[in-house]
Design a protein around this ligand. Structure first.
Ligand code: 5GP
Ligand code: MG
Length: 186
């Protein structure tokens, strides 16, 4: 049997270390505790990318909350309103509830902007957005997350829930892949 391949070998640069992730989560947890800690909020993770962040963030919180997930993606552009495709919807009723949307990264901002509007239309008492990573250079709409873990430059990143072609979600940090994995030599 050949030696087991390590996905860490695919990483060229570690952008956000485990320690950076831990301190960002602690800071966001303190902010959420102050803002919604007495509101029995529903934390809604945006699948698939947010699953690792959700697991760590919710365990850093010590107040009553509910957890739900939504699998959705958006398409559209600057001139067209965001179109939202719901692949799997939340199971809870958000009417009159405080909702915190939790996502891996704000890139164009289209997905979270569309999800905020959808949850507001369903009658949520409040909708807040929380992103582990923020790539403001890529924004195509006026979206700003209420809670941001780490602001990163315009690079495609993987790890800690984020994938490239389905892989690398299980890296314990956020990094940039070796370029030859994106552009295989001919
Ligand atoms: P949006 O463009 O709507 O802000 O982001 C939509 C989704 O695209 C994100 O939630 C994330 O799943 C994916 N995405 C955006 N930027 C990156 C990135 O740098 N790496 C990975 N793996 N996914 C990304
Ligand atoms: Mg996502």
């Amino acid at each position: 049997m050949s030696a087991t391949a390590s996905i860490q070998d695919d990483v060229e640069t570690v952008l956000v270390t485990r320690q950076d992730l831990e301190s960002a989560i602690e800071r966001i947890a303190a902010e959420l505790t102050g803002d919604v800690g007495d509101g029995n909020p529903i934390l809604v993770g945006v699948l698939i990318g947010a699953y690792v962040f959700m697991a760590d963030l919710t365990r850093a919180l010590d107040f009553p909350l509910e957890v739900d997930f939504i699998n959705a993606s958006s398409y559209g552009n600057c001139t067209q309103p965001q179109q939202l495709e719901i692949i799997t919807d939340v199971t809870c009723d958000v009417t009159d509830r405080h909702v915190v949307l939790v996502d891996d990264i704000a890139d164009s901002g289209q997905t979270l902007k569309a999800l905020v509007r959808m949850l507001q239309e369903r009658g949520a008492a409040s909708v807040r957005t929380c992103c582990l990573l923020d790539k403001p250079a890529r924004r195509t709409c006026d979206f700003e997350a209420d809670y941001v873990g780490v602001t990163i430059p315009d690079a495609f990143v993987v790890g800690y829930g984020l994938d490239y072609a389905g892989n690398h979600r299980n890296l314990p940090f956020v990094g940039i892949l070796r370029p030859e994995l994106y552009q295989p030599s001919k």
